[in-house]
Write a protein that binds this ligand. Structure first.
Ligand SMILES: [Zn+2]
Length: 213
């Protein structure tokens, strides 16, 4: 098909205006007008085989929409409340100077190097009062060892290994403190200073109103 028969025909975004020149090897170059208004000279073969579909504006649009989607997606991730949690978890554990985490070998599992996978595993944070807790305090950050917990639940977990017996009932530290009406720290202080037996005797008296807290 000659160029003249193609004049006015549209291929994707390009409309053929006419023959511009014949190049070496008798290759035909045509003048085209793009939907965006740009005019361009391209080989006729490029329009026929579809390698030229626009003046170049189409590629730019695709590239910018890919970028836009990328920013949109990541912008969205960063606005997740879980993103901050994820980021600080990773920085704590990669910091060798952090004596409570990185410095004593607490690691983040490989899977959780990816925020999306982390979010998929732990789910959305139930509330602002929840933070990420490791069930085994010396264990790593990984799906089987983490859950969202409130501060109360976390403190309770940390003192769960301290049991106190009162009137035949065994309590964990947090519950014991609630019954007495003091802070767990107050009990820890007494335990250290006076030992378990004296401390318990003291609190029994407290409950019977025989002495002050
Ligand atoms: Zn164009």
């Amino acid at each position: 098909m000659g160029v003249n028969e193609l004049i006015g025909n549209k291929f994707n975004r390009l409309t053929i205006i006419g023959l511009d020149h014949i190049g070496p090897n008798y290759q035909k170059f045509i003048l085209v007008e793009c939907e965006c208004g740009n005019k361009k000279i391209i080989p006729l073969s490029a329009i026929k085989n579809g390698s030229s579909r626009s003046c170049g504006c189409l590629q730019k649009e695709i590239a910018s929409s890919t970028l836009r989607n990328y920013l949109l997606k990541h912008g969205k991730s960063k606005s997740h409340p879980e993103y901050k949690v994820w980021k600080s978890m990773r920085s704590r554990c990669s910091d060798k100077k952090d004596k409570r985490y990185g410095g004593r070998g607490i690691r983040v599992c490989r899977r959780w190097g990816n925020f999306e996978l982390f979010l998929k595993d732990v789910g959305h944070r139930p509330s602002k009062k929840h933070s990420l807790e490791r069930i085994r305090v010396n264990g790593d950050y990984k799906p089987s060892n983490c859950r969202w917990a409130t501060d109360y639940e976390q403190r309770r977990n940390k003192t769960d290994n301290v049991f106190l017996k009162l009137d035949g009932v065994i309590y964990v530290m947090q519950d014991f403190a609630k019954i007495i009406g003091v802070t767990p720290m107050a009990i820890v202080y007494r335990l250290k200073k006076y030992g378990k037996r004296r401390t318990l005797n003291h609190y029994k008296k407290v409950l019977k109103n025989e002495c002050i807290k």
